[in-house]
Design a protein around this ligand. Structure first.
Ligand code: LMR
Ligand code: NA
Length: 370
């Protein structure tokens, strides 16, 4: 029954927030509470939660989850849930390490030995897309995601949609699959046109075809196209997910383990999705702890489809990439479109704490470009 002795957090580049929990016997677990552009808000929340959890039994993950979720009257939303996510992930890591098993063993065991993955390509001109997609192919990827368009007006020129179709055709011609992220940049009058134009070229999915608050519009779109509709990165709990499942508005759910309440809630949402025949494809443009947490759930989830990974995403520069801050970055090697399931204890990655402490001292909080 080890009690929680300390909760620390570390800002690291490019835009991540790592959480470390230590128990009274000196065992540690790592979590990630990154909330892009809102680092200080989450840090404030973690300061408050620290007071609540010190001295509690580190094994009581569900008790701590419920206590944090319920206390203080207000529930949910990106800030509170990201802080809770960091704590939840760290507690799962700590517990599984204490027992000497990967987290997926505590989630019922593995259903697969390798995890299908995709990564971003960033360029906006067809020429750039071809070069970048070939680069991903050389790294071992078979699937990518790209932005659909720049910001569009409510009623823009239909010609503004053509570039997106051309880019999808280029990637498909290389024998790769591509998801198209509308990224909240497209409004309903243009979204239904873009969905129709993309459909013959079979994108893997269209993501956030409208912002997720427009549930009735998304439902209408999903009835209007055969392309799978994906969303979920801006939903923050099982209660947020519920109306999308009940109204059959979504085909692929993309919860973000850092914003949805950690491994505990991602797992619950995965199971809810299974009951509606909806696939799980966790959103993860974030750091190695977040990705390792997703992989633990992916491995033990029947309706898992594909995992996003941030290797070389446009936000990651220099010494701040998915492979940074860990002693075993080879776990992220991609072969034939898959990574091998990590089988080490806890999250299966080994954080380089000395590196994290050194670089976090002068890391500025990341500011969103738009
Ligand atoms: C994604 O789906 O990965 C994007 O939302 C990432 C981002 O932060 O632009
Ligand atoms: Na997205």
């Amino acid at each position: 029954m080890p009690a929680i002795r300390e909760l620390e957090y570390f800002r690291v580049r490019p835009r991540w927030l790592f959480v470390k929990i230590t128990d009274e016997e000196g065992r540690v677990g790592w979590g990630e509470a990154s909330l892009e552009g809102h680092t200080q808000a989450v840090e404030g929340c973690l300061d408050a939660y620290r007071e609540r959890i010190l001295g509690l039994d580190a094994d009581d993950i569900e008790h701590i989850w419920q206590m944090i979720y319920r206390f203080g009257f207000y529930r949910g939303g990106p800030v509170l849930m990201s802080a809770l996510s960091g704590i939840d992930i760290a507690l799962w890591d700590l517990k599984a390490r204490r027992l000497g098993v990967p987290i997926y063993q505590l989630l019922g065991g593995k259903l697969r030995n390798r995890i299908k993955v995709y990564a971003w390509i960033g360029g906006d001109r067809p020429g750039d897309v071809e070069i970048q997609a070939k680069g991903r192919q050389a790294q071992g990827f078979k699937s990518v995601k790209m932005n659909g368009t720049e910001d569009l007006g409510w009623l823009d020129s239909p010609s503004a949609l053509q570039g997106c179709v051309e880019r999808l055709k280029v990637v498909k011609s290389l024998g790769m699959d591509a998801g198209i992220d509308f990224h909240g940049r497209v409004h309903k009058p243009m979204a239904k046109q873009l969905a129709k134009l993309l459909e013959p070229h079979q994108p893997m999915f269209i993501e956030e075809p409208l912002l997720s608050e427009h549930i009735e519009g998304i439902k209408a779109l999903s009835q209007h196209t055969s392309t799978p509709i994906a969303l979920g990165e801006r939903l923050h709990s099982r209660w947020d997910v519920k109306p999308y499942l009940e109204s059959a508005a979504v085909d692929i759910l993309q919860p973000d383990v850092c914003h949805v309440g950690g491994i505990s809630e991602l797992r619950r949402i995965a199971n809810m999705c299974e009951a509606y025949d909806v696939a799980l494809a966790p959103h993860c443009p974030l750091g190695p702890i977040a990705l390792a947490a997703c992989v633990q759930v992916d491995a033990s989830t029947a309706n898992f489809a594909i995992q996003e990974m941030s290797l070389g995403i446009h936000y990651n520069v220099g010494e701040a990439d998915l492979t940074s801050y860990t002693k075993n970055p080879e776990v992220w090697d991609v072969k034939d479109g898959y990574i091998d399931l990590m089988t080490g204890p806890g999250l299966g990655i080994e954080i380089d704490e000395e590196w994290v402490r050194r670089v976090s001292k002068d890391a500025e909080p990341w500011v969103s470009p738009g």
